[in-house]
Design a protein around this ligand. Structure first.
Ligand code: HEM
Length: 347
């Protein structure tokens, strides 16, 4: 496995893998002018207020002063048809607008862990999890799944003819590291609102506190109104409700998320995004995001976020997935003619 480190920059080998990844993620039923994954999204603006203790643990500008933000919520699927009511991972990409026209991004999703530990294995995963014709499992197959302690392949929704689920589950049977992510993704459901989901940045970062102390950290957004998914037994499956719900909810006033920062300890895995840290690790409340105004699609659909757009006070770990995402998001943004990522970040 090729290990990328801080000094590697944008090596051609690195970009080659990124190109292959973006090609592998592009679905036949996708839209080439949109993102190959997290294709449907909706934007909002707001601001972030750091907590009184945040700067002690991370000296980055947005943990010292109030910052304006641009947020894009999304459905994880790369299909060209919006299916808000289908079970899917959701995303929340947040740009903090810093002084001197600089910015830093924090990209989260509703899974707490990723499917693979590096870019090469994610390429194999992406190929194996290409959408295939869906087949409803027989009661006997579901019983066999229960005996194997694996989630049964979900029953297809009305109108669902192809799905990545069977390939992803088959990959997880062959690769232990993929199990936590794939099995949670298979049963994740649909949120009642983008504002009622928790989003995890998944990777470890190195945060430098005001006193110069460096810590391994992981970030997640917790919705102040709590997590709530639709009830598949009772609620009708609606294709297009999340954008309308967001607009309606924000007319009543801002919606809040708390930014939590988990602090890693010796023995935790700092470079592998497939492995969660123990739940009892210390968590610091870093601040509150106020989601205020819905933005029209022309603003956020062309925007390009990047998990490597960092700022002084936060550095990347050597997580190989985090490193390959740097190039993959640039390649993807270029292909869909997105607004170039304002790469003022460090390094
Ligand atoms: C090797 C691993 C990964 C690859 C190759 C990959 C690839 C991509 C690509 C190509 C895009 C579209 C970017 C654009 O066109 O602007 C994207 C978007 C996104 N990805 Fe990933 N991704 C990876 C891992 C992750 C992880 C670990 C997370 C979880 C934090 C994540 C969350 C998201 C989200 C939320 C978006 C939508 C961002 C937006 O709204 O612009 N991805 N990904």
């Amino acid at each position: 496995m090729r290990r990328w480190t801080v000094g590697d920059g944008m090596g051609e080998q690195h970009r080659n893998l990124a190109r292959k990844l973006v090609t592998a993620l592009q679905r036949k039923d996708g839209d080439r002018d949109k993102r190959p994954v997290h294709t449907f999204g909706t934007g909002a603006s707001g601001h972030f207020e750091p907590s009184p203790v945040a700067a002690n643990f991370c000296d980055a500008e947005h943990f010292r002063v109030r910052t304006n933000t641009t947020i894009r919520f999304s459905n994880g699927s790369g299909s060209g048809v919006r299916r808000d009511g289908w079970s899917d991972v959701r995303g929340m990409a947040t740009r903090f607008h810093l002084s001197d026209n600089k910015a830093t991004d924090l990209i989260g999703m509703t899974l707490p862990v990723f499917f693979t530990p590096d870019g090469e294995s994610f390429l194999k995963f992406a190929v194996e999890a290409r959408p295939k014709p869906v087949q409803r499992e027989t009661p006997w197959q579901k019983f066999r799944d229960m005996l194997r302690l694996t989630p049964p392949a979900p029953d297809p929704y009305a109108g669902e003819t192809i799905s990545p689920d069977a390939g992803a589950i088959a990959f997880a049977h062959q690769h232990d590291y993929a199990r936590a992510g794939v099995f949670q993704a298979a049963t994740i459901g649909a949120p009642t609102s983008y504002l009622r989901a928790a989003y995890h940045a998944v990777h470890s970062f190195v945060a430098t506190g005001a006193d110069g102390v460096q810590r391994w950290v992981r970030f997640s957004w917790q919705p102040v109104s709590g997590v709530l998914t639709t009830d598949p037994e009772k609620d009708p499956v609606v294709d297009d409700y999340l954008q309308k719900e967001l607009a309606q909810r924000l007319r009543k006033g801002p919606a809040l998320f708390s930014l939590m920062m988990q602090i890693g300890e010796v023995g935790d895995d700092f470079n592998d995004p497939t492995r969660a840290w123990p739940p009892h690790r210390m968590r610091i409340m870093m601040g509150t995001l106020y989601v205020e105004t819905i933005l029209d699609d022309t603003t956020t659909e062309k925007l390009s976020f990047n998990p490597h757009l960092l700022t002084k006070g936060i550095a990347p770990s050597e997580d190989q997935v985090l490193w390959v995402r740097k190039s993959a998001y640039e390649v993807s943004s270029g292909r869909r003619r997105g607004t170039p990522c304002p790469f003022h970040g460090e390094p």
